[in-house]
Design a protein around this ligand. Structure first.
Ligand code: NAP
Ligand code: GDD
Length: 326
C-alpha cells in the first residue's frame, strides 16, 4: 500500500517541491492550506493537482487533529510558518503563535489522535536559530553541535519549535526529526525574500519594466542552495531508523552584493550600482551578518549533498523570471 504524507505550508516554496518529490515516490499527498478563501487554492489545484487539500490552521489545534484524522499520515512535514524574518519584527506575537506554538499544536494533534508511535514527524528548523553576530561561527560553518543565538522573533520562535520537537521525541518516543536548513531558493521563492526580489527586478530591468531596485543591507552573507535539493534531504531524514537533527547547507557563503553581481551578469550588466538604491525600510532591528553551514553529518548519515551550485541557482532564477515577465 502506498504511504501517505501530510504537508503543512503546501502553498509555500518548499511545499511545492516536497509535494512533487513525494508524488513521484508514490505517496498519497495531503496539503494543509489556511484561510476561508485562500487566493492560492486555485493555483495549488492547478500546479499540484494530485494534492488533497485540507483546510486547517497552525494556530487551531482542533483543525490539525482533523487533518490527521482525514490524512492518516505515515509522515507529517511541518513546513508552515510565518517565515519572513523582517515581518517577524513587525508581527512578533503572530510569529510566536504560528512559528513557535503552531509546532506544539501539530505535535499535540499527532499525540492526541494516537499517532505518537506510528507517525514520523519533520520539523522545519532553520539556520536563523544560530543567528550570532558573526564572530562565534566555526570556520567550517555551523553544525548540529553549535550553540544557538537567535536574532529575531522568527529565530526565537523557531528555536521553541526545535526544542519542543526534541522534547516530544524524548517524552513520548515519537519519531520526530529537525532539519536545520540554511537558505534555499528557487523560482518558487516568495517575492519578499531577497534572492527572488533581485531576480525578478533584474528580469524587469532587462525588459524595460523597472528602473532600479531598493534593498536594505547589502553586506549580509548567506549559504544559499536550491530548494529542490533540500526537500530530498527532508525526506531522507524520515527514512532513517532513528530520528535526529541534521544540517542541510552548501558549505559556501555569498553576500547580497555577490548575488547582485551574478544576477546582473545574466543580463549583460557588469556594474549594478546605478540600478540599486538602499532603503532603510528594508533594514532589520538586529541582523544576522553571516551564515555558513556544515552538512557533514547529513552527507555521512543521509547520503545527502546539494547538487545545484550558486551560479546555476542564480541563472535559473533570473531566466525563469525573464520568461515569466516577458
Ligand atoms: P514559505 O514559502 O513562506 O511557506 C510557508 C507557508 O506557511 C505558506 O504557504 C503559508 O501559507 C503557511 N502558513 C503561514 N501561516 C500559517 C498558518 N497559521 N496556518 C497554516 N499555514 C500557514 O516558506 P518556505 O520557504 O517554503 O519554508 C518552509 C519552512 O521551512 C518554513 O517553516 C520556513 O520557516 C522553514 N525554513 C525555510 C528556509 C528557506 O530558506 N526557505 C530555511 C530554513 C527553514 P500561505 O501560502 O497561505 O501564506
Ligand atoms: N527580504 C529582504 N528584502 N532581505 C534583504 C533586503 C530586502 O530588500 N535587502 C537586504 N536584505 C538582506 C536581509 O537583511 C538578510 O540579511 C538577507 O538579505 C536575506 O534576507 P531574506 O531573503 O529575507 O532571508 P533570511 O536569511 O532573512 O531568512 C530566510 O532564510 C532563513 C534560513 O536562514 C527565510 O527563508 C527564513 O524563513 C529561513 O529560516
Amino acid at each position: 500500500m502506498s504511504k501517505s504524507a501530510l504537508i503543512t505550508g503546501i502553498a509555500g516554496q518548499d511545499g511545492f517541491y516536497l509535494a512533487e518529490l513525494l508524488n513521484k515516490k508514490g505517496y498519497k499527498v495531503f496539503g494543509v492550506m489556511r484561510g476561508q478563501s485562500n487566493p492560492k487554492t486555485e493555483e495549488i489545484k492547478k500546479s499540484l493537482p494530485y494534492v488533497n487539500i485540507i483546510e486547517a490552521d497552525l494556530t487551531d489545534q482542533s483543525s490539525l487533529s482533523r487533518a490527521i484524522e482525514v490524512a492518516t499520515p505515515d509522515e507529517v512535514y511541518n513546513l508552515a510558518a510565518v517565515s519572513h524574518v523582517g515581518y517577524s519584527f513587525k508581527n512578533p506575537q503572530l510569529t510566536v503563535d504560528v512559528t513557535g506554538k503552531g509546532v506544539l499544536n501539530m505535535l499535540e494533534a499527532i499525540r492526541l489522535t494516537g499517532g505518537s508511535k506510528s507517525v514520523k514527524f519533520y520539523q522545519a528548523s532553520t539556520s536563523e536559530m544560530y543567528g550570532g553576530v558573526g564572530d562565534n561561527m566555526p570556520k567550517t560553518g555551523y553544525n548540529e553541535e553549535s550553540p544557538f543565538h537567535p536574532r529575531s522573533p522568527y529565530g526565537v520562535a523557531k528555536l521553541y519549535g526545535h526544542w519542543i520537537t526534541i522534547n516530544y521525541r524524548e517524552s513520548y518516543g515519537m519519531f520526530a526529526s529537525c532539519g536545520i536548513l540554511f537558505n534555499h531558493e528557487s523560482p518558487k521563492r516568495g517575492m519578499e525574500f531577497v534572492t527572488r526580489k533581485i531576480s525578478n527586478a533584474v528580469a524587469r530591468i532587462k525588459l524595460g519594466k523597472q528602473d532600479y531596485i531598493e534593498l536594505g543591507n547589502l553586506d549580509a552573507k548567506r549559504d544559499w542552495g536550491f530548494a529542490g535539493d533540500y526537500v530530498e534531504g527532508m525526506w531522507r531524514m524520515l527514512q532513517q531508523d532513528k530520528p535526529g537533527e541534521f544540517v542541510l547547507a552548501t558549505g559556501e557563503t555569498y553576500s547580497i552584493k555577490d548575488f547582485l553581481t551574478a544576477s546582473f551578469k545574466e543580463i549583460g550588466i557588469t556594474d549594478w550600482k546605478p540600478y540599486v538604491k538602499q532603503n532603510s525600510a528594508f533594514m532589520r532591528p538586529a541582523e544576522v551578518n553571516i551564515l555558513l553551514g556544515d552538512s557533514s553529518k547529513a552527507e555521512r548519515e543521509l547520503g545527502w549533498k546539494r547538487k545545484v551550485d550558486f551560479e546555476q541557482l542564480v541563472k535559473t532564477m533570473v531566466q525563469s523570471d525573464i520568461e515569466a515577465e516577458s
